[in-house]
Ligand binder design. Structure first.
Ligand code: ATP
Length: 692
């Protein structure tokens, strides 16, 4: 075997996955041809470079000189040309071609040998890289062929290299009669006896196992390529499918939106119908609004329904009977005292009869009292129902009169459904967010067209202020504000988290007194919301805490809402609080004494909310507000009711725990300076639920 072959092995195998394999093969081949001592481990090219050039020439000289250019191949120039395009030449051709090349190299003073080998090697590496990325393209094959010079054809890196190994190995082992090799062996002057048979066999075995390894690796490579190509196809197919899905989705979106909003509209229409039917039915029992005319003035009046009428008649009859019995009893007593000696001579009534008669009257009166109490309880219940009916009637009337009652879709996203209620300057609609797919509450703020431009601007400023405060608040016990947008010149909309439960005002109207346990968990949640407002870098005073501003979601979680009057606490504010510059129209029952200070600008702090929460808690427990319960707003102001509210009184009924009363006393501390702030009162054991 020649050095030339070694060079082939080394260069062909440079990109194999098992780097040591070609070296091994080369070493084995070298050993087989009797060059064992001259081949040291490591890439052969490197090996040759390390040797002095004259030594290389000496070693190569006999082989090259022994090979005469055969008539078949012609001059080296021709070979160089033909090798470029011919991919089908076998190993024999390669060896001869290289030999031709070598002759030329020798003529060039053998100095270009190493360069040539490096070029061949580089060319192959390059081809290997190109093929790895592009795999099997014709252009690459050509490049590869060129890169390998005459000795290589354009097949894949691994397979070509291995083919070459195979062909060259077979040349050296299976075809000892090959003229060139024969010649080289003979000229090398090495006796054939050098080859020991046993050694030869073991080397052949090793060679065979290496070949097997190579073919396994080739097979693996082929499979990996196949897999990569399959994955690529799959990826391509999935991408296509995804695009189709997206297109379909885009196409379906308007249809789906239409279906959803149609469904919502039919449900809402059914709800509207049901609500109106219920009102009609309840009106029969509980009453309705009638119209009375007095001259040109038309006013509305409430007319009780049959159930209330019957109850009232029953109650009146009961009272009349009671009065009659009282009268009877009085006359019996009179007769008894007139008789004196215990016998009514005229009527012959005995003393005992008097006593029995009186006992009958008394017993009758007691049972009538019981009956009266039952009727009164029933009437109270009807009164509550009547209140609810009146609110529902008002809501329906507001809904019928609203310009947003025709199921509009606002801002291309919010499908308006039914009216939830109407406030001072706003209508709140239940709506469906067609983008985020959830129910929301759309609060429609309408500016009165009659207002002056100044008033409109002031209202917008006010609403934007509320929005800017509210939008930053994210807490479980604060109603979330999602969005704001303009509808027209005089109307804009804020989008709020929808709370499907009643508000606390409606709850207390239906059940004026809550069990302490229920009231406690509500006030705890309100305080958690307040703590959140006071733990932010920009503290907020709600300033309008009242039952109507506490909403419940579907799970009964209480949430504070309506930040229309809230104040941002200035950073440099002292412990006494900040100046209340705009009083706002807070509800007087729930505001602390400092807010009624008229002689100077009041200083306020989070303690305002502590007072309001105390009033709320009291109201939930006792069914009435602690100060000015029966008074109008105007009267509270006129009579300085809150300014005089120095001490809170607790009714004897219902029975409330001392801990709850203590909390209320702390919240309703008259002096602002002595009253705990939100963060302090939140530590109260009654509000913490921690087992001690
Ligand atoms: N986020 C919401 N989810 C469900 N219902 C709501 C929501 N916000 C308000 N409502 C209901 O809408 C109705 C009107 O609310 P709004 O806040 O406009 O009225 P108000 O507080 O009574 O009036 P004002 O704001 O003028 O004091 C109320 O019955 C309230 O319970």
């Amino acid at each position: 075997m020649s050095d030339d072959m070694l060079m082939h092995f080394s260069s062909n195998s440079s990109n194999q996955s098992d780097q040591s394999l070609p070296t091994k093969i080369a070493k084995l081949e070298a050993r087989m041809v009797g060059k064992v001592p001259s081949v040291t481990p490591g890439p052969p090219v490197q090996l040759q470079q390390q040797q002095p050039q004259h030594q290389q020439q000496q070693q190569q000289q006999p082989i090259w000189s022994s090979v005469s250019p055969g008539p078949k191949f012609g001059p080296p120039e021709e070979l160089a040309e033909s090798s470029d395009s011919d991919d089908d030449n076998g190993g024999e051709f390669l060896i001869q071609a290289n030999t031709q090349k070598r002759q030329r190299l020798q003529e060039n003073n053998n100095s270009a040998v190493i360069e040539h080998l490096e070029a061949v090697n580089d060319g192959r590496q390059k081809t290997g890289e190109t093929e790895e990325t592009k795999g099997g393209s014709d252009t690459n094959r050509k490049k590869q062929g060129r890169g390998r010079g005459q000795s290589n054809s354009g097949r894949g890196r691994g397979s070509r290299a291995n083919d070459q190994i195979r062909s060259q190995v077979s040349v050296s082992t299976a075809s000892p009669s090959n003229g060139q090799l024969e010649n080289s062996y003979l000229k090398d002057n090495r006796p054939k006896e050098h080859f020991r048979n046993d050694n030869h066999i073991s080397l052949e075995e090793e060679l065979a196992s290496l070949r097997a390894k190579v073919s396994i690796l080739e097979e693996d490579l082929r499979k990996s390529r196949q897999e990569a190509s399959n994955n690529h196809d799959l990826c391509h197919r999935l991408e296509k499918e995804l695009k189709e899905h997206k297109d379909y989705e885009q196409q379906m979106k308007p249809k789906r939106t239409k279906i959803i909003s149609d469904l919502l509209i039919s449900v809402s229409k059914a709800e509207r119908q049901e609500a109106r039917m219920k009102v009609r039915q309840d009106s029969l029992r509980l009453g309705s609004v009638g119209v009375i005319r007095a001259g040109t003035i038309i006013s509305e009046t409430w007319e009780d329904g049959q159930m209330l009428k019957d109850l009232n008649i029953h109650l009146r009859q009961l009272l009349e009977t009671k009065e009659a019995i009282e009268r009877q009893r009085k006359s019996l007593k009179k007769r008894q005292s007139d008789k004196g000696d215990g016998t009514d001579a005229e009527s012959g009534v005995q003393e005992e009869d008097f006593l029995i008669q009186d006992e009958i009257f008394k017993s009758r009166l007691v049972s009538m009292k019981r009956e009266e109490e039952t009727i009164l309880r029933e009437r109270d219940r009807y009164e509550l129902e009547k209140g609810r009916l009146i609110r529902e009637m008002k809501r329906i009337r507001d809904e019928d009169g609203s310009r947003f009652n025709n199921f509009q879709i606002l801002n291309h996203r919010y499908a308006l459904l039914n009216l939830l209620g109407k406030g001072g300057f706003s209508e709140v609609y239940k709506a469906y967010d067609l983008v985020d797919h959830r129910y929301v509450a759309c609060k429609l703020h309408g500016l009165n067209a009659q207002w002056s431009e100044d008033k409109k601007q002031s209202y917008i400023r006010h609403a934007l202020r509320e929005y800017n405060i509210h939008k930053t608040l994210v807490h479980n016990h604060i109603v979330q504000l999602w969005d704001i947008f303009e509808i027209d010149q005089n109307t804009f909309c804020t989008v709020l988290e929808y709370c499907s439960g009643k508000d606390l005002d409606a709850v207390l109207k239906a059940t004026p007194v809550l069990p302490e346990r229920e009231a406690r968990i509500i006030i705890v949640q309100i305080f958690q919301g307040l703590v959140y407002l006071n733990k932010r870098s920009q503290k907020i005073i709600h300033y309008d805490l009242k039952p109507g501003n506490v909403l419940f979601d579907e799970f009964g979680i209480a949430k504070v809402t309506d930040f229309g009057l809230s104040k941002i606490v200035e950073e440099d504010v002292g412990s006494q609080g900040m100046e209340l510059t705009s009083q706002g129209a807070g509800t007087y029952w729930y505001l602390p004494p400092e807010c009624f200070e008229l002689s100077k600008t009041p200083l306020i702090s989070s303690k305002v909310d502590v007072w309001s929460a105390g009033v709320l808690f009291y109201q939930m427990l006792y069914g009435r507000r602690p100060f000015g319960h029966d008074q109008t707003q105007e009267r509270i102001l006129r009579e300085d009711t809150i300014i005089k509210a120095r001490r809170v009184e607790f009714p004897s009924k219902p029975t409330i725990s001392n801990e709850a009363k203590d909390l209320i006393r702390r919240c309703l501390t008259y002096n602002q300076a002595d009253r705990p702030d939100v963060l302090t009162i939140a530590q109260d054991p009654y509000l913490t639920y921690v087992k001690r």
